[in-house]
Design a protein around this ligand. Structure first.
Ligand code: SF4
Length: 472
């Protein structure tokens, strides 16, 4: 069997794409390995949202240039958003890259790899600004479109079968001024309710007890039947909830504020197995910045939605994304973002310094005029605020018992700070898992608890983690 090494950068959508690629490659007699040493095929599933993720890929490609001199038969593939966005540069500067494939063309990947291997010629499948299409070799099991990969997916053994992603939409129509996604993943494609339900049931039968519906703007999902009847995201959520009773946690990410309906909140409130968790990015608390970002709402509209959500779904946990230093952001705009965060009190917030992404409206039309030092200062202020909110939220959990889905050994295992290790019982490790509200919990227990729901009494808390003891 041939060996492949696959490294994934970026969001959950990329993680899912990697699972699909994993299935596809196993279908053409490849097996997965943990390092690129000795691999016949090396793939990077890339992300273009931040400069940092792109730099990492270029650095990996630099190292592989030398490796390929010694092993010229090795195939190197760059797939995903960076392939679509940077395809031309990758091709020109990296002659050793054999396959370049955008996220909307992954169904062609097997043929592209075989073409590169047999013809010793680069194979490309891109549809964006660098549109270019090789004719992939015919493969035994051809896929007609990307969604066919979702349908054929099997659990890879690399990911936890008890936690499953189900893509319900791909692409995005929103064109936020800073974002590359509509350029790299294209316009929204919504899968049919039937396809989604079949896949959800299949994954539940394979052992999934936590299921996450995925979409760049997941709550914008909609479907029109042949007779003109329309269903929206709230109905789909209810359908999936009712179709997979063995799934104890049903979640969805990422929500787009403008499209979020009261009906969806009501379905969440009425359905005990839907997690009371929303990842719903605001990006800024300043109306002027939100307008330049083309987000389609004001800070008050966003806060009104959050208020309604907290009322309708008691105990709701919120996660957000914020950008600091977007074009034209003033001190007052930055303070407005902090004020929004004080009012929302996110349980978790991903905070980024703005950097222009080629091809976006912001990169074309606005000046990146906030100096790096100011971005850094505003980012630090935001970070300090969010840390204090996280710590207060987490300390409020001390004394409560939470249900944890155990994911595996904790990353803190073996660190000097892990003082409990000295008193740990024989056969026990420090395990880590998450609550339904996505809080990380660590506690001691045997490895056999992985994949199980365990009640844990919270005894201590830091900004990022709850520490406790499992109730036996
Ligand atoms: S909603 Fe905006 S930020 Fe989110 S993927 Fe679409 S364009 Fe990007």
């Amino acid at each position: 069997m041939l060996k492949f090494y696959l490294e994934t950068f970026g969001c959950q959508m990329n993680q899912l794409d990697s699972e699909l690629v994993d299935t596809l490659l196993r279908g053409i007699e490849y097996e997965r390995v943990d390092t690129w040493d000795g691999a016949d095929l090396v793939l990077f599933n890339t992300c273009s949202v931040r400069e940092h993720a792109e730099s990492k890929v270029y650095s990996r490609l630099g190292v592989l240039r030398q490796v390929k001199l010694k092993r010229p038969g090795m195939i190197i593939a760059v797939i995903g958003c960076m392939a679509e966005q940077e395809g031309k540069t990758i091709a020109e500067r990296n002659r050793h890259v054999d396959v370049i494939c955008g996220p909307g063309q992954l169904h062609l990947l097997a043929g592209l790899i075989q073409q590169a291997a047999q013809w010793k010629k680069r194979a490309v499948a891109l549809t964006g600004k660098f549109a270019s299409m090789s004719t992939p070799l015919e493969v035994a099991v051809p896929y007609g479109r990307v969604e066919d990969l979702d349908r054929e997916r099997t659990s890879s053994g690399q990911t936890n079968a008890f936690q499953a992603y189900v893509r319900i939409t791909r692409g995005c129509n929103k064109f936020c001024a800073y974002c590359v996604v509509p350029h790299t993943r294209g316009r929204e494609v919504h899968r049919s309710p039937e396809e989604i339900l079949v896949e959800a049931k299949r994954l539940a039968e394979a052992g999934a007890v936590e299921m996450t519906l995925l979409g760049q703007t997941v709550n914008h999902w909609q479907h029109e039947y042949g007779d003109g009847r329309r269903v929206g995201f709230a109905e789909l959520l209810k359908m999936v909830h009712d179709a997979v009773p063995s799934v104890r946690r049903l979640r969805f990410v990422t929500s787009y504020p403008r499209d979020f309906t009261v009906e969806t909140l009501q379905v969440m409130a009425e359905s005990p197995r839907i997690s009371r968790y929303l990842h719903i990015p605001a990006q800024s608390g300043s109306d002027a910045v939100l307008q330049r970002m083309n987000r389609g709402y004001t800070a008050e509209q966003y806060l009104g939605l959050i208020e309604r959500a907290k009322q309708i779904v008691p105990g709701l946990r919120l996660a957000g994304d914020m950008i600091v230093g977007f074009c034209g952001e003033t001190d007052a705009d930055a303070e407005a973002s902090l004020e929004l965060m004080r009012r929302v009190r996110y349980m978790n917030c991903y905070m980024f310094k703005y950097s222009p992404r080629a091809g976006t409206t912001a990169a074309r039309q606005y000046e990146d005029d906030v100096p790096e030092a100011v971005k850094q200062e505003r980012h630090a202020a935001m970070f300090t605020l969010q840390n204090s909110i996280c710590l207060e939220n987490n300390r409020g959990m001390i004394g409560r018992t939470v249900e944890v889905l155990v994911a595996g050994p904790s990353k803190m295992m073996g660190r000097a700070a892990d003082v409990k290790a000295r008193t740990r019982a024989v056969g026990e490790l420090q395990l880590s898992g998450r609550t339904a509200g996505d809080q990380v919990v660590v506690f001691d227990g045997p490895l056999g608890l992985v994949g199980r729901f365990v009640p844990v009494l919270v005894e201590d808390a830091t900004t990022l983690t709850l520490h406790g003891t499992a109730s036996r």
